[in-house]
Ligand binder design. Sequence first.
Ligand SMILES: Cc1cc2nc3c(=O)[nH]c(=O)nc-3n(C[C@H](O)[C@H](O)[C@H](O)COP(=O)(O)O)c2cc1C
Length: 177
Amino acid sequence: MWWTICYPGEADTVPDAVFAAVRAVVPEAIPVGVRVSGTDWVDDEPSWDIDQTIPFGHAVKQAGADWIDVSSGGVSPKQKIALAPGYQVPLAEAVKQAVGLPTMAVGLITEPAQANAIVANGQADMVALGRAMRYDPRWAWHAAAELGATVEGPPQYWRCLPSGKNAVFGKTNFGAR
Ligand SMILES: Cc1cc2nc3c(=O)[nH]c(=O)nc-3n(C[C@H](O)[C@H](O)[C@H](O)COP(=O)(O)O)c2cc1C
């Protein structure tokens, strides 16, 4: 389980107080992280881009954040978003390299190989999917099948795996019928 604080603040008004207040009431065993906008995609001043995000990331790290999730702002009519698969991943990569917190990449990550490459290439430590999982709630199972990985599945589901994909739940043992 994790909690996210979304905070569209300024780099010099670090949400120490917000973070501290949340951290104080969330049990210690639960990591608390921060979602940031890596850019607002607006060229005009004043604006927000990676040059503000990185100091902000350092500040939330200092405040005790366990991880950082790098999205971008979709809130201004002036925005010019360069939409493409994984379009926010370079923002996560820049934050990960500069800040060093465990970093999550999001946004138009839809394919198992794409998600795997983002982590394998060190662009982010984890990925999160929104729409792709709404479309396919079993995305993680299907990704495991495609990538030759395993996921935990309850015994009630062990029989459901189609032929050729029966290693998705690891080594399972049940009657063949
Ligand atoms: C139209 C639109 C606007 C968005 N605006 C923001 C935003 O301002 N801030 C933010 O953190 N996430 C925003 N998001 C959401 C993130 O990018 C979100 O993590 C993303 O939708 C999840 O990725 P996926 O659904 O492409 O997998 C927006 C998403 C959409 C579709």
